[in-house]
Design a binder for this molecule. Structure first.
Ligand code: IMP
Length: 419
């Protein structure tokens, strides 16, 4: 299950419903830059690293090797779950292959953004890019190292910090205090050690014993480091290929690819956004919608972009769509949908490769009539107003994948299957 836009498609609530059929939920990539919101009755949970499957009893969860884990962040998330009576021992596993996000990564993230000025990416400031950079440079620390003797762990951390602090002044990064960092990581290591495992062996065992595995994507297709609006992307692979690489589940074991998307489009951070529309943003923010669950930032908002989603459907081999936030469009008389990009006198059906071209594209719209009535009470496809059904059917046709799941609100009961 993964996002087909720029993240925040409502994956948390789709996952929560799908997890009811799963034995395992795996998180494949990203770190605590993600924020998955799930509402169950009056309780609201925001999870950053722990897969939302943890909220379903009978489901076990793996934070797999493709992720980057902030040890202190994960500990506070686990403690938050315990405080609300949710058990994690024997249900939550952390792959020893996952890389650690350390304080110096956050320091570099903050300083790099400041240095970029107007060209900043608008990161979440969680140190994700620098942690993946260390991984690719083969100098990262992995979660498995939390199980080393305290003396050896401390030696490895000190060494990394020495290198960071030496480079800090010339690079314009903040220096990081070793003592406080060491204390923080040693404390986190004590809590996290019992959760460590060989994530790949766990995944293979689950596949071979016929367990149902749900791999939860974080961020979205156009934040993928290869396929997104580079450089305005995150540093991991948010597409279907990344789900396999990040977990060790072989591609041939994947039966279903559920693409989650909003009935309109949002993005946080900088980068091209062809259908961005300030009036729609104003309306949605006025309804209290579209504020980030990790940073609280107001999301940029725009109309549904079929050029983008058609690309995402093909990139990920999507077998069914899970459409969320239909209710966000309830009050509108007219709903534009982008069917092509106009650039230098031509109409494109594929997004351009260069981000500078992408920024210059103008949308070609087809306008749909709005349904002008609430959809939030719908519990089945046939409860939806005919104009809403026509809108959804047209989007599904344009992007080339069938509708499987629909969501008309934050509650568990407001998500239902198509048909
Ligand atoms: P980073 O992942 O913190 O490095 O941020 C890189 C870009 O990805 C920024 O535009 C962020 O706003 C965006 N981003 C990262 N995580 C999420 C997410 O979970 N939802 C939406 N956008 C995200």
């Amino acid at each position: 299950m993964l996002g087909l836009q720029w993240g925040d498609e409502g994956k948390g609530k789709i996952l929560d419903v799908m997890a009811g059929e799963a034995d395992w939920v795996f998180r494949a990539q990203g770190g605590n830059n993600a924020g998955h919101t799930v509402e169950i009755g009056r309780e609201k949970y925001v999870l950053h690293l722990v897969p939302s499957g943890i909220l379903r009893s009978g489901v076990s969860c793996l934070i797999a090797g493709g992720t980057v884990v902030d040890p202190a962040g994960l500990v506070s998330e686990i403690q938050g779950l315990h405080e609300r009576g949710i058990r994690t021992k024997g249900r939550l596993y952390l792959s020893s292959q996952a890389h650690l996000v350390l304080p110096q990564h956050r320091a570099i993230d903050r300083s790099s953004e400041k240095k970029r000025g107007k060209e900043r990416i608008g990161t979440t400031g969680r140190g994700i890019g620098p942690a993946y950079a260390d991984k690719a440079a083969r100098v990262g620390l992995r979660a498995g190292e939390l199980a080393l003797s305290p003396a050896e762990l401390s030696r490895r951390i000190r060494e990394r910090l020495r290198i960071h602090n030496q480079a800090a002044r010339p690079q314009g990064w903040e220096a990081v205090a070793p003592t406080a960092t060491l204390r923080q990581i040693e404390q986190a290591a004590k809590v996290l050690r019992p959760y460590l495992c060989d994530g790949v062996a766990l995944a293979h065992h689950a596949v071979e014993t016929g367990k149902k595995i749900l791999i939860e994507g974080a961020q979205g297709t156009f934040l993928d480091v290869d396929h997104g609006t580079y450089p305005y992307v995150t540093s991991s692979h948010c597409t279907a290929g990344g789900a396999c690489t990040g977990t060790g589940v072989p591609p041939t074991a994947v039966r279903r690819v559920v693409g989650v998307l909003k009935a309109y489009t949002t993005r946080v951070g900088s980068g091209p956004f062809v259908t961005e529309d300030g009036t729609l943003g104003h309306l949605l923010h006025g309804m209290g919608r579209e504020f980030g669950s990790t940073t609280g930032r107001a999301r940029r908002c725009g109309w549904f972009d079929a050029v983008l989603v058609r690309r995402a459907v093909r990139l990920n081999g999507v077998t069914e769509l899970a459409m969320t936030n239909l209710d966000g469009l309830d009050g509108l008389e007219k709903i534009p949908v982008c069917t092509g990009y106009r650039l230098k006198g031509k109409v494109l059906r594929e997004p351009p490769v260069e981000v500078s071209d992408w920024e210059r594209c103008r949308p070609v719209y087809r306008v749909f009539p709005g349904w002008c009535e609430p959809t939030t009470e719908a519990r089945r496809w046939r409860d939806l107003p005919p104009k809403a059904r026509a809108y959804l059917a047209a989007l599904s046709k344009m992007v080339g994948a069938p509708l499987g799941i629909l969501s008309v609100g934050a509650g568990r009961e407001q998500t239902f299957r198509h048909g």
